[in-house]
Design a protein around this ligand. Structure first.
Ligand code: PDD
Length: 276
């Protein structure tokens, strides 16, 4: 098993983290998770574009062009003979004596590795349970930063309640899942929170908008409430790893009739065509 450390392909066992890496001490860094289907990176350009945007928002320097980065990720996938899985990549502000402010000099630490991961086909067919969780995260959820404690606590609540995902809300407004975007269908229209500072603008979310355009499914980026969620005809979540996942139970109560809805199914079928 190989990984990429600062531009070099090495054995996984040979990589190490400095105790004063700012990613390790402060969560001072950013990451991406890119899907690999049939040995090929899926929507990697969109992921890398978002990576550069996250970097810009934190004044973090990425010392590679998009083409150089893509080439490194492709070489990694090939070296590990990965067919279906993910590439995880992260950049931190590097190693420096521990002080909160940015160090005068430090080079970013770049790590990328692969992990085998099957598509969650069974769950996608049956749907999954979710719980509600107050969104206690900071106000820059648009940045895909390594600071994930709010997300970790939300997902833990889901797991402790036998659920797959936590649907976060700020007061009455539903924002997003702990590691996914959340949509509802009401009267044939797909709704999801707009891409503001309160959510991560998911790549799968954007793929769904593209599908809606092609399939003639009406959608709006518009906030909706917890009450709207409970009264929805369909609820679904999207993410790189979970794809388009029906949510059929929230806090122990069924969503509509408790089975995946027609629009969700249509989105799944179109998504399937996108990745093949
Ligand atoms: N999570 N919102 C949050 C908070 C996320 O962490 C993610 C992704 C998404 C969906 O984004 P995308 O469709 O680009 O994967 C939304 C990744 C997969 C993770 O942390 O593992």
């Amino acid at each position: 098993e190989k990984l990429v450390l600062n531009g070099t392909l090495i054995d996984r066992g040979e990589a190490s983290v400095d105790i004063e890496d700012r990613g390790y001490q402060f969560g001072d860094g950013i990451y991406e998770v890119v899907r690999v289907y049939g040995g090929r990176l899926f929507t990697s350009e969109m992921h890398l574009k978002r990576l550069y945007q996250s970097a810009e928002k934190l004044s973090l320097h990425i010392p590679y062009t998009m083409e150089q980065l893509t080439a490194q990720l492709e070489a990694l996938v090939a070296a590990n003979r990965l067919d279906t899985g993910i590439v995880y990549l992260q950049f931190t502000r590097g190693v420096a004596k521990r002080k909160h402010h940015f160090p005068e000099t430090s080079e970013t630490t770049f790590v990328a590795y692969t992990s085998e991961m099957e598509r969650p086909l069974e769950k996608m067919r049956k749907g999954v349970k979710a719980v509600l969780a107050e969104d206690i995260r900071w106000l820059r959820c648009d940045i895909k930063s390594l600071n994930l404690l709010g997300n970790v606590l939300a997902k833990q609540k889901a797991v402790e309640n036998g659920a797959y995902e936590a649907i976060q809300h700020r007061g009455e407004t539903v924002t997003e899942g702990s590691s996914s975007n959340v949509f509802i269908v009401k009267d044939g229209v797909l709704l999801t929170h707009p891409a503001t500072n309160l959510i991560l603008n998911g790549i799968t979310r954007q793929v769904v908008f593209g599908i809606c355009g092609k399939e003639g499914i009406p959608f709006r980026e518009e906030p909706f409430t917890v009450a709207d969620l409970r009264a929805a005809d369909e609820v679904l979540m999207t993410s790189t790893t979970s794809e388009i996942m029906p949510i059929v139970d929230i806090d122990g109560k069924p969503v509509a009739d408790g089975t995946p809805g027609a629009i969700t199914l249509k989105l799944q079928q179109a998504f399937d065509r996108e990745i093949h």
